[in-house]
Design a protein around this ligand. Structure first.
Ligand code: ADP
Ligand code: ZN
Length: 729
């Protein structure tokens, strides 16, 4: 901990999460404050949360400088965290205040601990609205969802406490017990360890050694699904706990199941702290505070857990490190895997990247000697890898509008006879991707986006997968007004459910797709029920490919293995390879051997062949050679610049001007491509144009981008976002 300390009246520079491009000067409050302290400061008529980021500049009239209102009762932000946020901001070209927002996502951060009751917004409407009442409600609305003590709330609204009480009586404000943060029970690193195979033991030992070095390092832990990677990295967690340091395990949101938490409990005797969208506000608040006090030894969480205020972070595991959901695609655009490595380097912590199908980025870092590599060669115990084969669809006899080939149908029938589960995989939500009018050929598209509306028959609606807009399924063509001529074209997962039900009327069938559930919780409950064996045939999207264990599943049939290979994205091959391997890996996890069948119209395609052969090294080598030749990541650097505006002319004009005035980029040898319509050219009524910038690996890309983009005046309502390391290029 730093010993920088500011005495009462000293000038401090405070960083707030408000969109300002500088620190604000305040006087340190009575009793002084530490560097890094979380504080409440006045900003105009409001009070906002901030962090003491350094000494104040004092470059304006001192008598006008106001005082910090109070220091919050939480551990000050550590130096490493401030360095991390600063570097992450620089890397992603994000303003620092936006990074701070990620780091202060604790509900009720401002609550005083000692008070017994807290107050929050409720649904009731008071009989009459007074100015004073309106002020209280405005404060609560402003802080959306947070609760405050009586004194705090009254003070913030500038009213007497009786006004708040009055609102409670009318049900417009709810009074509740202040949640007390109970400490997490201690985890015992030596309680539930399994006896490890030789491969596993060697891996665990290597990770323990790395941890004991007390230095930063990254290890790629590779091994097919079911090879026992989780057991291995839990040993690293155990060692980290023994050393008295904190451990974080990141999982893709969808894989954060009760199943995983139970495994951790079995290993360490107690449940870990959790941080993801499925935990309550109270639980989140508890997690944030305890992590900051060093009283949570282990956190299992989604990508945003990386921004928790760890006191002594020793280890971060990124499971399924290749998963695209680690990239946050709105707000601050960051890749949690890459930011993990940055944070660990600053903290002197170890990183374990676990995957059956590592990203080409990680693979290249191993090649370059930056990461250590550990490999688990076989599946744990009796289970073996599924047998992979292609079904050549050109040779199958299949009527139009049907997608399950006779070969696949026969294989499913066999499983039904044996009482085993099958998975029919199609990575497409909804009933049908296209709805077309048979009279005039019109395809129903979203009004706001450049995208077709997808029929969702369960919901009886059409949905835009870009903006989420839905509308009732029309019976009349919106274009030619012909009646009852609209028809579904192409398969979606719901339609596959129908086809499979016709083929196997007696089978128990479940369709698994994210939009069929009201909540992540409901979905996980259903998945767990299926895992228990209550279903014969699972029809699913990408959702089922991730992290779930289906012990009775022995057959995976991929309806359209070619789907991901369409389009021009340079990552298409990598994605398809990973997804197909992962889906196939669902089969045969327990005693019964598994089989995966890929329906394809191009069985001789290089990617399909390498999937079938299971020769990963060859695949990665070929893929690497291609990317090297093209000078794209991981062998070069890219950035995507998206301009969006309701005015199509403006985005193209600015795009063209940016492409023309590219001196700052040319100076570092970077090239600009575009402007071109973005992969989705219109979203929510905004036209989108994209420029791609490509640079050499070592070029100072961020600086040049900032300089370049800084040259242009943006018309009102035109948004410019820079995406470093875009997912598609
Ligand atoms: P991965 O993380 O590579 O997918 P897991 O660690 O989940 O693999 O292991 C697959 C299955 O094998 C799990 O059910 C796990 O409990 C079991 N398993 C793995 N290692 C051992 C071990 N050493 N002893 C007993 N069971 C194990
Ligand atoms: Zn739309």
């Amino acid at each position: 901990m730093t010993d920088s300390y500011f005495h009462e009246g000293d000038l401090v520079g405070v960083l707030t999460a408000q969109p300002l491009d500088r620190l604000l000067d305040y006087k340190a409050p009575e009793g002084g404050c530490h560097l890094g302290a979380f504080v409440e400061v006045p900003l105009g008529p409001r009070k906002v949360l901030g962090v003491v980021w350094g000494a104040g500049k004092g470059d304006y009239d001192r008598s006008k400088i106001r005082s910090v209102i109070r220091v919050l009762d939480v551990a000050p932000m550590r130096d490493e965290m401030r360095v991390f946020l600063t570097r992450a901001a620089d890397y992603t070209l994000t303003p620092l205040h936006a990074m701070l927002r990620l780091a202060t996502r604790a509900p009720g951060l401002g609550d005083a601990q000692s008070m017994r009751k807290v107050y929050r917004l409720a649904d009731g409407v008071p009989d009459r609205m007074t100015d004073a009442r309106e002020k209280v409600l405005a404060v609560l609305r402003d802080y959306g969802g947070l609760s405050f003590t009586l004194g705090e709330l009254a003070e913030m609204a500038g009213v007497g406490t009786s006004v708040v009480k009055g609102l409670v009586k009318h049900g417009a404000v709810r009074e509740e017990e202040a949640p007390r943060d109970t400490p997490y029970p201690r985890l015992d690193p030596d309680c539930g360890g399994k006896e490890l195979s030789a491969d596993q033991a060697a891996g665990a030992e290597a990770l323990r050694d790395a941890l004991r070095s007390d230095k930063y390092g990254t290890t790629l832990l590779k091994g097919v699904t079911g090879s026992g990677k989780t057991e291995v990295y839990l040993e690293a967690v155990a060692e980290c706990l023994r050393m008295g340091r904190q451990a974080l395990v990141l999982l893709p949101e969808i894989a954060l199941s009760g199943e995983f938490i139970n495994r951790v409990e079995a290993r360490f005797g107690m449940k870990p702290a959790e941080w993801h969208s499925g935990v309550t506000m109270t639980e989140r608040r508890r997690c944030w505070r305890m992590v900051g006090q060093g009283d949570a030894q282990m956190v299992v969480g989604a990508r945003s857990a990386l921004f928790l205020p760890f006191q002594n972070l020793g280890l971060v595991v990124v499971d399924e490190e290749h998963d695209t959901s680690y990239k946050q695609e709105d707000g601050v655009l960051y890749n949690a895997r890459d930011m993990t490595v940055l944070r660990a380097a600053i903290n002197g912590a170890q990183v374990v990247l676990a995957s059956a199908t590592p990203s080409l980025e990680s693979w290249a870092n191993v090649e370059a000697g930056k990461y250590q590599r550990l490999e688990l060669k076989s599946r744990f115990g009796a289970s073996v890898l599924p047998k992979m084969s292609a079904i050549d669809m050109r040779a199958e006899d299949l009527p139009g509008g049907k997608w399950v080939s006779p070969t696949l149908r026969g294989a499913i029938a066999q499983r039904l006879e044996k009482g085993e589960q099958s998975l029919v995989f199609l990575n497409r939500r909804g009933y049908a991707p296209v709805t077309i009018c048979r009279a005039c050929g019109h395809q129903i598209a979203c009004d706001q986006c450049d995208a077709r509306m997808v029929e969702h028959r369960f919901l009886k609606r059409l949905m835009c997968h870009q903006c989420g807009e839905t509308k009732p399924m029309p019976t009349v063509c919106p274009h030619c007004e012909a009646e009852d001529r609209l028809s579904a074209v192409g398969p979606g997962v719901e339609r596959m459910g129908e086809e499979v039900a016709e083929l196997f009327p007696d089978a128990r069938i479940a369709v698994l797709s994210s939009d069929l559930y009201g909540s992540a919780r409901a979905m996980k409950a259903h998945i767990e029920e299926i895992a228990q064996g209550g279903t014969d045939i699972i029809i699913g999207t990408q959702l089922v490919a991730k992290g779930h264990n289906f012990p009775k599943l022995t057959l995976v049939g991929v309806i359209d293995a070619d789907l991901g290979l369409q389009g021009s994205d340079l990552r298409a091959a990598e994605r398809t390879f990973q997804l197909m391997r992962q889906v196939a890996g669902r089969a045969g996890r327990a005693e019964a051997p598994g089989e995966a069948m890929l329906q394809t119209y191009q069985p001789e395609h290089a990617v399909i062949r390498s999937i079938l052969a299971g020769d990963e090294e060859a695949f990665w080598a070929a893929e690497a050679a291609e990317r090297k030749a093209a000078g794209v990541p991981p062998y070069g650097r890219m950035a995507g610049i998206v301009l969006s505006s309701p005015n199509v002319q403006e985005v193209f004009d600015l795009g063209a001007e940016m492409a023309r005035r590219d001196e700052p980029l040319r100076r570092i040898g970077a090239q600009v491509f575009g402007p071109a319509p973005a992969p989705i050219a219109r979203v929510r009524g905004r036209h989108r144009v994209r420029l791609l910038v490509k640079a050499e690996k070592t070029a100072p890309l961020q600086q040049a981008l900032a300089q370049w983009a800084g040259q242009f005046r943006l018309p009102n309502n035109l948004r410019l976002t820079i995406d470093i390391d875009p997912q598609s290029f």
